[in-house]
Design a binder for this molecule. Structure first.
Ligand code: SER
Length: 601
């Protein structure tokens, strides 16, 4: 079955159970500097899981493209990705376990016709004050799951929060016990089943295909867990993995989404997939990383040395490096040729293909030259018999983005070994470097939890609407939002326009925004159908992704407004709360796309 059909069947199944389809969030959340990327469907729903009313009601469903950079090193196996799509459904204080578990079971066994004998489930064993989940255990038994297929695990496996187990959750974070479903492949396996191998074992026999989180708790400052005002369900199932289960093939890179890209990689390097396990790793890394890269580029992220841009740069470079490991350097245009098939699967990639292609090729070409320079330095060192130690390898990594594996590979080809000691020196340097980036991410996370910065973000968010409206007034109606991102100290806004702004235009835009701030305009919202919102002249971004009911924010008088946009909020109540705005920088990031940065002043 094709992934698109599974996605469609899933949405229909839950629509029939009175769920409303919500628009998935972009990969880079506009107003959430606490994380680099959207990594699960619940992320945009946190306020609603905590009790706020959602405009679409209490039962929601969607399919959420997600990025998990923490899985980067696992991608080489047959079931991990940096980019994946998560089928999700939610009860916001509505139904609970007794409805959710039978529905998920029905979806897998009736709608997708997975053999119930191949399904296993796991249930929460209990942790401190949170009791063992005997309720789910009884429900699974009632559904007909034999006890031999039900496994209890502790908080390390059967508890979900964005930070992991309860002891890892920062104050304010929400989470709860969960119940997972696993598909068993008919692969050779350990005969000591149950003793050494079980659903959560990593040997490849089992694949987790769904997780129902009973999102019920909030972590308090004193370290205790407090019950949320409502009992929620947060279900997530990886679309690619579900497709692999439907195919009854443990290699998730065999599904339709990857087939053409994997074939084209083979064509470029002259080797086909499944030649040997080392080569398979490279195929998967290339297919995965390019998929993540094109989806990020489609949202206007461009390679850089900071935050999302840096993650994107690493993805593209790692993909390029693996082309080399497969035995072939590759030109920028060949990389975009390989990645182009993803246009057929992701509307956003299709729509923004010219921008994606251009930026992918620029970065790939840049790395090709860095690789050449790195190779020259290395070959020179080898021929001169210079000492190639861990420090040398790390410098090469830092200056040219040259991974250790590649250095070792080339040394190997010259009959040279890289000793354990040298590897350790490299690792030590690398750890130092990683520590720096880790504290950078931790800093972002902490920054986002401070209420002071929450306020700043809200002000910057309303300022973004003012900026959008001001740009349209000064430059013309062709200006449309292409992307937006806010951190605790600035906003960034990408829009369609052929050239950088002149000084006069910048002054005009800035002047108009500040005039509207000084005018003490009210900021109000109303919930309405998307159709009506469009009729009222509301600007909308990612239009095809919205649900039927949307929130529309208006700045100014109801009749004589300055800005009207479809948006989830949050916003200040009056423009005067913004204080003042200054445009601090602008750049052209692609043909027809300009990026401006602005800060509060
Ligand atoms: N939030 C859970 C997960 O990401 C289920 O949706 O696995």
């Amino acid at each position: 079955m094709k992934t698109s059909e599974i996605r469609e069947r899933y949405l229909k199944f839950f629509i029939a159970k009175k769920h409303k389809v919500v628009a998935p969030s972009p990969l880079v959340l506009e107003n959430d500097p606490t994380t680099l990327f959207t990594s699960s469907g619940m992320q945009q729903l946190v306020p609603y899981l905590k009790g706020e009313k959602h405009p679409e009601g209490k039962r929601l469903v969607d399919s959420q493209p997600s990025i998990r950079m923490q899985d980067l090193d696992e991608v080489a196996d047959n079931r991990h990705y940096t980019f994946f799509e998560m089928l999700g459904n939610w009860s916001l204080g509505d139904y609970f376990k007794a409805e959710q578990l039978p529905w998920v079971w029905e979806f897998f066994t009736k709608e997708l016709e997975l053999d119930p004998k191949r399904l296993y489930v796991s249930v929460f064993e209990g942790y401190e004050d949170v009791p063992k989940d005997t309720e789910s255990f009884e429900i699974w038994k009632k559904i007909g799951v034999p006890e031999s297929h039900i496994f209890f695990y502790g908080a390390d496996k059967n508890w979900w929060s964005r930070a992991g187990a309860p002891d890892k959750m920062p104050a304010g974070e929400i989470g709860g016990p969960d119940s997972e479903i696993f598909y068993e492949f008919d692969t050779p396996h350990d005969p000591n089943f149950g003793k050494f191998c079980h659903p959560n074992c990593d040997c490849g026999r089992f694949l987790e295909i769904g997780n129902s989180v009973f999102m019920q708790y909030k972590k308090l400052e004193n370290g205790k867990l407090e019950e949320l005002p409502q009992k929620n369900v947060d279900f997530g199932g990886g679309l690619e993995r579900i497709a692999a289960a439907v195919n009854d093939d443990p290699d998730t890179y065999h599904i339709d989404l990857f087939a053409e890209v994997v074939r084209k990689i083979g064509e470029e390097v002259g080797v086909s997939y499944n030649t040997d396990s080392e080569k398979n790793k490279s195929f998967r890394i290339i297919a995965d990383h390019l998929r993540a890269a094109v989806n990020l580029l489609a949202e206007g992220v461009v390679p850089s040395n900071k935050l999302q841009g840096y993650a994107l740069r690493r993805l593209i470079r790692r993909a390029m490096f693996h082309f080399h490991l497969l035995g072939s350097g590759i030109s920028g245009s060949a990389v975009s040729f390989v990645a182009e098939d993803y246009r057929n699967h992701y509307g956003n990639v299709h729509k923004n293909w010219e921008f994606v292609k251009e930026n992918l090729e620029v970065e790939a070409t840049r790395f090709e030259s860095a690789l050449k320079r790195g190779l020259a330095k290395l070959t020179h060192a080898v021929s001169e018999n210079l000492e190639i130690d861990g420090k040398f390898a790390f410098d090469l990594y830092q200056t040219e983005g040259f991974p250790l594996e590649l250095t070792m590979e080339i040394l190997g080809q010259n009959g040279m070994e890289f000793s354990q000691l040298q590897k350790n020196t490299f690792e030590a340097e690398f750890e130092k470097h990683k520590e720096n980036s880790r504290s950078m991410s931790a800093g972002i996370f902490r920054g986002g939890l401070e209420s002071k910065s929450d306020e700043t973000i809200t002000r910057l968010h309303t300022a973004t609407h003012l900026l959008h409206a001001a740009l349209r007034e000064i430059l013309g109606e062709h200006v449309g939002q292409k992307g937006s991102h806010i951190t605790s100290d600035r906003l960034r806004f990408d829009f369609s326009h052929p050239n950088k702004l002149t000084q006069k235009e910048i002054e005009g835009v800035e002047g108009l925004i500040n005039e509207k701030i000084k005018a003490n305009l009210p900021v109000t919202f109303a919930v309405m159908s998307l159709e009506r919102a469009i009729k009222e002249g509301a600007l909308h971004f990612f239009a095809e992704k919205y649900g039927s009911e949307v929130k529309v924010y208006t700045i100014g008088d109801k009749e004589n407004w300055f800005s009207k946009e479809v948006c989830g909020g949050p916003h200040v109540r009056n423009t005067s709360e913004i204080g003042g705005v200054k445009i601090i920088k602008q750049e052209k990031i692609g043909s027809g796309v300009i990026r401006v940065y602005a800060a509060l002043r």
